[in-house]
Design a protein around this ligand. Structure first.
Ligand code: FAD
Ligand code: MLT
Ligand code: ZN
Length: 513
């Protein structure tokens, strides 16, 4: 049989939990490496941030919040986990974490903060990769953790209404209970919140199929800086009544309002899911295989991811429980199909792989429709970013580039960094032209930093790409926004910010500089 080798899916070991929030505090250095590394120095100091003209938190404020939320939901101790970003790169010095339990409490908090001119950072699962979800100075952390309910899931319309602090994986499980699925999936699903996802307009691994959240989110409820509740909820796909204001809150990273609730259109979950993990000899073959996947898998193609050799090998070295079905190729692709007819889909994907092999574009691989094995293959992809983060310090870039130029920057960067870098690798959402370029070194290193930035942004800008495809701007990229947005657009962003948040209390030091 032609695909026999492919169809023999090798057993992969059971997987470990994905994400653990950082907890320990040790010594201070500027910025650091891997999970066991010491905590970085406060970002306000390392980056010489001038604190905005905000009021200082007083005991009276704390008492006010305790009366409003109850003492249990007002934290003043053990705040390290809320002050440090997932990458352990940005570290703030907040003295107060507030955990409201409903929209009215969020509104009352913001009303008070606005009157008092106290700065606030909204925080979801704190898995963001651009330093947007943690304080830079002493902003109050507004955690959405307790707004975690799925309010309704309608299997007829496919519309789900959910509070913003619901963990993505929990939301998806509730949707799956009635045969639906959340049209968003990413490696941080066990920790990130749906509100955080919407606030960053998170992409993930199924954009090629479902589009981004601007399309799937039907409505939002957001609390403005002055405490007003803006109800933009909608249960319809079509609603052209006036300006589409919900889009202002999708991807604005908590700088324009705090999302408390949203409605989302959830597609029916697919009966048949097949995943192929294939090895290829060149990026040219990767592109040919992508074109062939779009042409031949068409309506059932649900994901198309790329992992290069170095990215894969790092994950395999870091996480021994992973077991790649094939090895020895410079490029790997994970291609998923989701459809309603198992036999039909299996035939299609086998044909697609067989043809690719005959043409010499695909070298080897495995394909499976077994749900457990599908998950095990996905686990390899999901562990790639964590492998790099665990291993050492990692400069991370999330860029959109024209497909023909997609991988060149990885080679260019490898050359530029030479032996200063331990790993220069690329992986990402090929199907959406979104590359994750990662440059690793033992620890933060100013020389390598200067070789990488702003070069990577200039390079991207010359190709008319985006310097932030899906992670957002946050704190880490705010000085580079102009590489992807012109002056007029940035000026209007500032005007909109002033209009909605005249005192600038919502997530200061982020997105705009
Ligand atoms: P947080 O990190 O807490 O916050 C992110 C931003 O949103 C901050 O600016 C914060 O202020 C704001 N915010 C949070 N909640 C609200 C709210 N309710 N109202 C207003 N503002 C709010 N991202 C992708 O796009 N695609 C991926 O494939 C992907 N994979 C990842 C894999 C791993 C292993 C990790 C660690 C991260 C990954 N990310 C990915 C990045 C991250 O998970 C996403 O940006 C995610 O959407 C953040 O959600 P969160 O709840 O953790 O938000
Ligand atoms: C991913 O696709 O794995 C994420 O966006 C995280 C990353 O860029 O490393
Ligand atoms: Zn990604």
């Amino acid at each position: 049989m032609r695909f026999q080798r492919l169809l023999q899916m090798r057993r992969l070991a059971t997987t470990a939990p994905l994400l653990r929030p950082p907890t320990q505090t040790k010594t201070t250095v500027r910025t650091m490496a891997g999970s066991g590394a010491p905590m970085p120095e406060l970002t306000q100091i390392t980056d010489n941030v001038q604190r905005g003209n905000y009021a200082a938190l007083s005991d009276k404020d704390v008492t006010h919040f305790e009366k409003l939320l109850g003492k249990n939901h007002v934290l003043t101790e053990d705040l390290e986990g809320y002050n440090i970003c997932f990458l352990k790169r940005i570290r703030g010095n907040s003295k107060l974490v507030l955990k409201p339990g409903n929209t009215e409490e969020v509104a009352a908090i913001l009303r008070h903060c606005n009157e008092r001119k106290l700065a606030v950072v909204p925080q979801g699962g704190n898995t963001g990769l651009v330093g947007g979800s943690v304080p830079i100075c002493d902003e109050i952390v507004l955690s959405l953790q307790r707004l975690n309910k799925v309010l309704s899931v309608d299997e007829v319309t496919g519309i789900a209404v959910v509070e913003s602090g619901c963990i993505l994986e929990n939301f998806d499980q509730r949707a799956r209970d009635v045969g639906l699925t959340v049209p968003l999936d990413l490696g941080a699903k066990a920790s990130c919140h749906i509100g955080g996802n919407v606030s960053t307009n998170a992409g993930g691994v199924r954009v090629v199929r479902y589009g981004n959240l601007h399309g799937s989110v039907l409505g939002v409820e957001a609390v403005l800086a002055n405490g007003q509740v803006l109800d933009l909820m909608s249960n319809f796909k079509k609603d052209n009544t006036g300006y589409h204001m919900k889009h202002l809150f999708i991807g604005s990273e908590g700088t324009l309002g705090v999302i408390t609730k949203l409605s989302m259109l959830c597609p029916h979950s697919s009966k048949a899911v097949n995943v192929a993990f294939i090895g290829l000899n060149s990026f040219d073959d990767v592109l040919k295989t992508f074109v062939s996947a779009k042409r031949n898998l068409g309506e059932i193609l649900s994901s198309c991811e790329l992992i290069d050799e170095r990215a894969l090998n790092t994950a395999l070295q870091q996480f021994k429980f992973l077991n790649a079905p094939i090895s020895g190729f410079p490029f790997y692709m994970l291609i998923e199909t989701s459809g309603s007819n198992g036999d039909h889909d299996e035939e299609k994907i086998n044909q697609f792989i067989g043809d690719g092999m005959e043409r010499g574009e695909i070298q080897d691989g495995t394909v499976t429709g077994d749900p457990g094995k599908v998950q095990e293959i996905w686990k390899i992809r999901e562990m790639v970013p964590l492998g790099l983060i665990e291993k050492s310090f990692c400069f991370k870039y999330d860029i959109s580039l024209p497909l023909r130029d997609f991988y060149n920057i990885v080679d260019v960067m490898r050359e530029r960094c030479g032996s200063l870098a331990t790993i220069v690798c690329g992986y990402g959402h090929l199907g959406d032209s979104n590359l994750h370029l990662n440059v690793s070194c033992e620890e933060f290193n100013d020389e390598i930093y200067k070789r990488v930035e702003p070069f990577v942004y200039e390079y991207t800008s010359k190709l008319k790409g985006s310097i932030s495809a899906e992670h957002g701007i946050g704190f880490l990229k705010k000085d580079y926004l102009h590489y992807s947005k012109n002056v007029v657009a940035i000026d209007w962003m500032r005007e909109m910010k002033k209009l909605l948040d005249p005192n600038g209390i919502l997530n200061p030091y982020k997105v705009l500089n």
